[in-house]
Design a protein around this ligand. Structure first.
Ligand SMILES: C[S@@+](CC[C@H](N)C(=O)[O-])C[C@H]1O[C@@H](n2cnc3c(N)ncnc32)[C@H](O)[C@@H]1O
Length: 300
C-alpha cells in the first residue's frame, strides 16, 4: 500500500532518495520522478511536492477514473509518466485548473489542489492533499526579461512567494555574492535598502537603482552587523556557509536569513540536515534551484 509519494526535481532523484532513507522511510519504487513509499510522509527538503494522502483506485474506464476524482474534490493536477492519451482523456472530463504564471509579488495560489497519475491503464494513484500549491511543484512566473541582469532573480521571487514573506520598503538587506545583481535588483525593486557584497561589480543599471550600495568585500570577512535580511547566493562549500550562517545567528544580527546552499558533485545531506536543525529554519528545493537548496530562517 502506498502511503506517501515524493516528486523529485529533474535529475535529483538520488538526493531525494538519500534524504528519505535518512528519515527512516523506504522507497518501494519509482513512477517517473515520483518516489512511492509504504511509509507515512516524512519531511523532505528535496521534494518539489509531497503526496501526503495517496489512494490507489481501480479505474476500469476513463469515465470511472474521472468520476472517482470528482467524487473526492474539484481541483486536480495530473502527473503523467505513461498512458499519456488516457490521462488526457480523463483530464478532459475534470474541471479545468488554471495554472497561469504568477506576477511577482502576488501570493501563491490558495485553492485546494490534489494530484493524480495512472500507475497502469486501470490503476490510478490520487492524493487529495499535497504539500505544494503548484501543479507538480512548478512555480512559474511572468518573467522580467529587461530588468534583472541574471536569471537568479527567479529563485528569490520563488522563495519569497513560497514563504509568503519578502522585504518591505525601507528594510535593510545585505546581499552576499550579489554580482551581477539579480537578487539585488529584486530587493531594490521591493524598496529595500540593499548593500551588495561581492568582489565583482554589479551590473551598472542595478548599481544605479535607488537604495543600492556595493562593497567590494568577501562575505567571509564581514563582522555581523544589524540587518533585517541577510541574503546569500555565494558559491561556497555547504560547511563553510553553515559556519557563516551560524555566526550571524549567534550574533543575533539578522532578523531573517535567506541563503542558497549549493552542492558540487555529491549531495551533502548531512550539511543540509545541520541547516534544517536551526530553530525556526526552513529548507526547500525551489523549482528554480539547480543542485541547490534554499535555506530560510527567521529570528524566533
Ligand atoms: C551565483 S553568483 C550570484 C548571482 C547573484 N545572486 C545574482 O542574482 O545575480 C555568485 C557570486 O558569488 C560571488 N562570491 C564568491 N565568493 C564570495 C565571497 N567570499 N564573498 C562575496 N562574494 C563571493 C562571486 O563573485 C559571484 O558573483
Amino acid at each position: 500500500m502506498i502511503r506517501s509519494a515524493y516528486l523529485a526535481p529533474p535529475g535529483l532523484e538520488a538526493a531525494l532518495a538519500d534524504e528519505i532513507a535518512r528519515a527512516g522511510a523506504r522507497i518501494e519504487g519509482w513512477h517517473g520522478r515520483l518516489a512511492l513509499s509504504a511509509d507515512p510522509p516524512v519531511a523532505s527538503a528535496w521534494a518539489l511536492d509531497v503526496w501526503t494522502a495517496p489512494q490507489e483506485i481501480e479505474v476500469p474506464s476513463v469515465k470511472a477514473a474521472a468520476d472517482e476524482l470528482r467524487k473526492i474534490q474539484r481541483n486536480w493536477s495530473a502527473y503523467a509518466v505513461q498512458n499519456h492519451r488516457r490521462m488526457a482523456l480523463i483530464a478532459e472530463r475534470l474541471p479545468p485548473v488554471k495554472a497561469r504564471p504568477l506576477v511577482f509579488p502576488e501570493p501563491a495560489p490558495t485553492s485546494h489542489l490534489g494530484a493524480w497519475t495512472l500507475l497502469a491503464p486501470d490503476r490510478m494513484l490520487a492524493t487529495p492533499d499535497k504539500t505544494s500549491p503548484f501543479v507538480n511543484g512548478e512555480c512559474m512566473f511572468e518573467e522580467d526579461h529587461i530588468g534583472p541582469p541574471s536569471r537568479a532573480y527567479l529563485k528569490l521571487w520563488e522563495a519569497f512567494t513560497r514563504l509568503g514573506v519578502w522585504p518591505r520598503a525601507g528594510e535593510t538587506c545585505l546581499d552576499l555574492g550579489a554580482s551581477p545583481g539579480g537578487w539585488t535588483f529584486v530587493l531594490a525593486k521591493l524598496g529595500a535598502c540593499v548593500t551588495a557584497i561581492d568582489k565583482a561589480p554589479l551590473d551598472q543599471r542595478v548599481a544605479a537603482m535607488p537604495g543600492v550600495t556595493w562593497r567590494a568585500e568577501s562575505a567571509f570577512a564581514l563582522s555581523p552587523e544589524p540587518v533585517d535580511w541577510l541574503c546569500s547566493d555565494i558559491v561556497a562549500y555547504p560547511d563553510r556557509l553553515l559556519a557563516l550562517v551560524g555566526i550571524w545567528i549567534a550574533a543575533g544580527a539578522a532578523r531573517k536569513i535567506l541563503c542558497t546552499l549549493k552542492f558540487q558533485g555529491e549531495t551533502d545531506n548531512t550539511a543540509a540536515a545541520a541547516f534544517a536543525a536551526f530553530p525556526g529554519a526552513r529548507l526547500m528545493h525551489l523549482w528554480h534551484n539547480k543542485h541547490e537548496l534554499t535555506f530560510y530562517w527567521q529570528r524566533p
